[in-house]
Design a protein around this ligand. Structure first.
Ligand SMILES: Cc1cc2nc3c(=O)[nH]c(=O)nc-3n(C[C@H](O)[C@H](O)[C@H](O)COP(=O)(O)O)c2cc1C
Length: 184
């Protein structure tokens, strides 16, 4: 099985990325083939809302690095996003990718590429894991709308300091479980 991880944090030593790596490594030890994208390092243009995709079998008109992500998604069995909370919501880098997935809306995605699972690993500064859950679940549900099966949404709190998650066994275990659940 193929699992694609997409880290949307721009930071060096990103906690979201560390958690994602843990999830992917765990899945790999269970036999998964893994790929990791750092979306902030890629040239990803915002959706232009031209509806080109609606007349071109779900293909976007923009020729940028998103083509690598489209291909990986189409070929994968499961997807994990690692996302920091910025101003009570997913960060803008995540929204860029999500909006570009609009090309799959009203396209027979499941019939064409198969049913895929998706999980979210969220990192945030606030210690309350439920502080932004309602908003984060709305973004998660967008994938159900596109035909994905929703797997895990985990919120890893108190992670303002880059790399601080390295010392948090409980949070790394939650991240590992995200990877394991996709394989089992
Ligand atoms: C622009 C910006 C806005 C943020 N807004 C929030 C917020 O609304 N709530 C929160 O809990 N943390 C907020 N944070 C903190 C990050 O969510 C937190 O540091 C997170 O763990 C960063 O993940 P990373 O280490 O993977 O980059 C914000 C950070 C930035 C840079």
């Amino acid at each position: 099985m193929k699992i694609v991880g997409i880290n949307t944090s721009p930071r060096d030593n990103s906690n979201a990325r560390i958690a994602l790596q843990k999830a992917l490594e765990t899945a790999e030890t269970k036999g998964a083939e893994i790929t990791l994208f750092d979306s902030n390092k890629m040239n990803i243009t915002a959706c232009q809302g031209d509806n080109y995709c609606k007349a071109h079998e779900g293909k976007c008109a923009i020729d940028d690095d998103m083509t690598q992500i489209y291909k990986a998604i189409e070929e994968c069995d499961a997807l994990i996003f690692a996302i920091p909370v910025y101003f009570f919501d997913v960060n803008a880098q995540m929204k860029l990718v999500l909006d570009r997935l609009y090309s799959y809306f009203q396209f027979p995605f499941v019939e064409t590429y198969g049913k895929k699972k998706v999980s979210f690993i969220i990192t945030q500064g606030t210690p309350d894991p439920d502080a932004f859950r309602q908003t984060l679940e709305v973004q998660f549900k967008a994938f159900e709308f596109l035909g994905f099966e929703l797997a895990d949404l985990v919120v890893l709190v108190d992670n303002n300091v880059p790399g601080v998650i390295e010392g948090k066994e409980d949070q790394l275990e939650l991240a590992a479980n995200v990877g394991a659940n996709l394989v089992e």
